[in-house]
Design a protein around this ligand. Sequence first.
Ligand code: THU
Length: 133
Amino acid sequence: METKELINIALKARENAHAPYSNFKVGAAILCSSGKVYTGSNVESSSYGLTICAERVALVKALSEGETDFESIAVVSTPGASPCGACRQLLWDYTKDIPVYLSDLKMNFVERKLSVLLPYPFDNSQLISTNER
Ligand code: THU
């Protein structure tokens, strides 16, 4: 799939953002090795801390449908913002070192590998090498 096509899907997903508190709408689209694309938008709560980012919504939708391998993810917001730390961690846990396309609303985008966004990551390789269990 063309990068611009994935970004366009994320752009459309952004229209379903529920962001009444921040008014900052985000859309995401994750491309799986199966060829399927799962979308997400941010969903905010009146209890602000319960807010879920678009990237995690897309990833969790894919995982819960049985997807295990991922090719790339597109994230669209007005400034072409970078994923938050929580999203970087969860993406690292469940994807390989995939490209992350960060796009604004006019589809101007940059590509950042996940390992660039999350250097020296924590992951399960550290959990299973410890005796502290
Ligand atoms: N947000 C995302 O959905 N993804 C990001 O990459 C950054 C932040 C959401 C969370 C919240 O609903 C709003 O943007 C402002 O932080």
